[in-house]
Ligand binder design. Sequence first.
Ligand code: GTS
Length: 226
Amino acid sequence: MSFDNPHCDGTRLPMMTVYDFPKGPYPARVRIALAEKKLQSRVRFELVDLRKGEHKSPNFIATKNYSGTLPVLELSDGTLIAECTAIIEYLDNLDGAPILTGTTALEKGLIHMMNKRAEIEFLDAISVYFHHATPGLGPDVEIYQNAEWGLRQRDKAIRGMHYFDRVLRQQPFVAGEAFSMADIAVIGGMIFAEIVKISVPWDCEALQAWYARMQERPSVQNRMAT
Ligand code: GTS
């Protein structure tokens, strides 16, 4: 166990490692959560180069994440937590004062529903489009592609944008009245949409206005600073 970072009260807290690809939309979710929780000084980032397929190497799959995806959080005792939602849940509850995942039963239920919906209907759909209907990570990494499936997922993601636009016409944040990990998941989708050049439909004004507000948050703006 390493205790590298002096805490403000002089105590030393154990460091965590994030296996990361800084420009990636999924790693961005964890970077934003770390900043919202002011935990950046508790982590070191270790680059896993997706373009070289390092996340699909037998060693990475055997020792870090069976699913062969990023990000992965490694605790100082070697415990591994993969999946953005699980990582954010852990980080948010570390200090016993969650601000991203809800405190009441109702908040938790709504946040988890909208977070999952953001993944299924938007972010994951764009990811499938990227890997199947564009060159993706290149021929050495993309060993199976199905362009028709990818294009269907692009259409699904655009429908998802219209859905979140309707949601955001009714309420200021994706899961209600407060910023949460569900907003972070939709931000991940917006980042991925920019990368693959899927434009936000012109009539999704509430989604655009919400994203402009999100981009003003220091956690979103400075997510690649570390
Ligand atoms: N369900 C996973 C999660 O929520 O963590 C998905 C993670 C994921 O797809 N991560 C991307 C990945 O590893 C990283 S990035 O595209 O955002 O940079 N993709 C590589 C691949 O081959 O799927």
